[in-house]
Design a protein around this ligand. Structure first.
Ligand SMILES: [Zn+2]
Length: 245
């Protein structure tokens, strides 16, 4: 179990104060520091689209990125992972990168026009930059009480993925974003803290799967992207109801 958990939001779409030197970028990066007994583990959940913004914000927020033990990528969209190569070049040491194997599939949308929204680099670039890719569909235990979800079970009837496309065996197919995963902390005396990237699998599916994996029904906190922009009121209402439950 995790004794203490500190979270610093390094990148998101907005900054709280005007006049702040922090840089807002569309995307997400969360730096997590978890104390487990006498040891501490530092994890970056997503890295965002811009190394310039990430390094700037980490500096202002007093986060030493070189202490990162593991980088977790929630999925293969550019706003969560594009600056990985530049970031790895600044780490000064090899760093494991945990992700689903499908993060490197081509990812695009066509509405209102063709737009690539995947990662512009390949797995070989990650290795060249000093990353150690650990690509798996399975949950990966990072420390006692800390794990990735791996590929998330999709159970709810109302959490569906729309608007994304990929290419599989030369055919264009709808991208259900199977690479989407979350990071879970089991916080002592509190319950689970679940960090989602975009929650393309659905935030309720994500939390339910986290509970199942960690064998507890206690949830303390859920944060990250929920990807409900453009969702129907009906879906939002059911999501809120199920999250409260
Ligand atoms: Zn996404």
């Amino acid at each position: 179990m995790v004794d203490e958990l500190g979270l610093t939001i390094l990148i998101e779409d907005s900054v709280a104060e005007t006049g702040s030197r922090l840089i807002a970028k569309h995307g997400l990066s969360v730096f997590a520091e978890a104390k487990i007994g006498k040891s501490t583990v530092q994890i970056m959940m997503d890295v965002g689209p811009s190394a310039e913004a990430l390094l700037n914000n980490a500096d202002i927020l007093d986060v030493n990125l070189r202490k990162t033990d593991v980088i977790v990528l929630s999925h293969g969209h550019y706003d969560h992972g594009e600056c990985l190569i530049n970031l790895l070049g600044n780490m000064g040491k090899p760093v494991p990168v945990v992700a689903h194997p499908r993060i490197f599939n081509p990812k695009f949308s066509v509405d209102p026009k063709l737009r690539f929204n995947g990662l512009s680099f390949a797995i070989s670039d990650v290795e060249k930059a000093g990353g150690i890719p650990l690509l798996t569909k399975d949950p990966l235990k990072i420390a006692k009480g800390v794990t990735t979800t791996g590929e998330i079970e999709r159970i709810t009837s109302y959490e569906n993925v729309r608007g994304f496309w990929t290419i599989d065996q030369d055919r264009i197919i709808k991208d259900s974003m199977l690479d989407d995963q979350a990071l879970i902390f089991n916080l002592k005396n509190k319950g689970l803290v679940v960090i989602a990237g975009c929650a393309h699998a659905g935030i309720v599916n994500t939390v339910n799967y986290a509970k199942k994996l960690m064998k507890t029904s206690k949830v303390y906190g859920v944060l990250g992207g929920f990807h409900l922009v453009g969702a129907s009121n009906e879906r939002i209402e059911v999501t809120v109801k199920d999250l409260l439950r």
